[in-house]
Design a protein around this ligand. Structure first.
Ligand code: GRF
Length: 203
């Protein structure tokens, strides 16, 4: 089961996948890591694990569509069964997302559909949410709006700031992403007519 990972930064979710593969608890291979930022730590993590890593600069392209076309041409070259956006901070255009529906997932640090977009932990605090968390969802042309596959919940404490909350969520993101990818690799999760199916049944 071949996985391509898209990441813009630190890459701790990428690392969680690499660690699960290394310890034998995830039967898959990461066959390429791609970034829109040459300085992304995720690229170094990939290289340290002997995985091809590439970055493309959005500024080198006239339009989002051209950037996406170049990025996904590189991604398609490694022939992934699954594309995982793990801290990939750029919007994926409609055409690129549409062409790969059911084969691209994203991890987003909120309990979707609550708190789409950026600064989700601050959004949760501003809304005085009692609960927060992370979601793994299929990527569709609708930003952070694709069908949710799985979520992890954490409490929000009275003395939380965005950093303490982010840390509590991140700790849950890693096992959530690994477990979701495990189910996808096992063929237990699929997207059909915009609905997530688990073991063949709509969920
Ligand atoms: C995570 O919180 C992820 O949900 C969000 O960006 C962060 C990426 O962290 N989209 P990392 O790069 O995987 O460490």
């Amino acid at each position: 089961y071949r996985i391509a990972v898209l990441a813009s930064g630190r890459g701790s979710n990428l690392q969680a996948l690499l660690d699960a593969i290394a310890d034998g608890s995830l039967a898959a291979a990461i066959v390429g890591v791609f970034s829109d930022r040459p300085s992304a730590v995720a690229l170094q993590r990939a290289r340290d694990a002997g995985i091809p890593a590439r970055s493309l600069r959005p500024k080198a392209f006239a339009t989002r569509a051209e950037f996406d076309a170049a990025l996904f041409a590189a991604v398609d070259e490694v022939q992934p069964d699954l594309i995982v956006c793990a801290g990939y901070m750029r919007l994926i255009g409609g055409a690129a997302a549409d062409a790969r529906q059911g084969r691209i997932i994203n991890i987003h640090p909120s309990l979707l559909p609550a708190f789409k977009g950026l600064r989700t932990h601050q959004q949760a605090l501003d809304a005085a949410a009692g609960e927060h968390g992370a979601s793994v969802h299929f990527v569709t042309p609708d930003l952070d709006g694709g069908p949710v596959i799985a979520q992890a919940r954490v409490p929000v404490h009275a003395n939380d700031d965005a950093d303490t909350l982010a840390a509590r969520v991140l700790e849950r993101e890693h096992p959530l992403l690994v477990e979701t990818v495990r189910w996808l690799a096992a063929g237990r999760i699929a997207l059909a007519e915009d609905v997530v199916h688990v073991d063949g049944r709509p969920r």
